[in-house]
Design a protein around this ligand. Sequence first.
Ligand code: PHE
Length: 338
Amino acid sequence: MLEIIEKHIRSIEQTALSSAEEVETFRIQYLGKKGILTALFADFKTVPNDQKKLVGQALNALKTNVEEALSRFQVKSNTRKSAPQEDYSRPGYAAIPGAHHPISLVRNEIVSILERMGFAVAQGPEMEDDWHNFSALNFPPEHPARDMQDTFFLAKDPDWALRTHTSSVQVRMMETKKPPIRIIAPGRVFRNEAISSRSHCVFHQVEGLYIDKNVSFADLKQTLLEFARAFFGEKTEIRLRPSYFPFTEPSAEMDIWWGLENEVDHRMTKGTGWLEIMGCGMVDPAVLESCGIDPSVYSGYAFGMGIERIAMQRFQIPDIRAFYENDLRFLSNFTGAL
Ligand code: PHE
């Protein structure tokens, strides 16, 4: 009997169960009512007493082996069942590439050009107090120039507002840094304006500020020409039109020559061929003074450009609202751009 048991143990060690049917057959073969183990246990009664211990141990070992063989297969078949039944011959899904937002693309390019020219990036808060957004920039209270920019005031405290321009960062820089100061401040600004295809209540600007001894209007003009040629192309022409901002004197608006080749050009330039890109000027001595910089020693220039306007021109986007609708049909045009 001992030999028979050992033969079974060896044969189980070599059995590989690979299907549910085989397992069931194996189970019935050993554990069924008429199975091998059942029969062996029945025969056990006939084993002489002096061999009972040995045979008993062997019999138990066989039983354990049978159970182990079954549970081994169970584990295998469970993992199989839970694994997805993939068809590896199917074609894969194409990964959908993400894209930078067109505003980010244009901002990054503007920033990198100005960084190469020696400007460092500065930041300021989007919620500003009256001082940084207006008063320090030479907008006295009740000054009509405040109406140039319709402001979102904070309901609880009208001394606070969402900044209407990035010029507030000029003030923060002049207050905390000693000249020479050469910074740019890209950021989001807010104006309480009617939304149309050309204006929105949220948009983006890049501010520039340079304060040092002997900074002149010629420096401003040359810097802007360099910038325009780096961004719009080597042959780009610029023109400066006299303008007014409370914080610069003299003030100007800069246009680039865009051309009048087709209908889009006519529309974008209002039929003039010139595209308005930014406001600029020499920092008003009164502003230097309110920020603690001696205007008899230092002078400087500032400029501020709207990113949306430039992005609309670059990508021929006719409606500013497209930037904020997050329509994938629009955004996916910019995959791989720049
Ligand atoms: N802050 C001005 C604006 O909104 C632009 C500007 C910046 C003008 C710096 C002059 C100097 O529109």
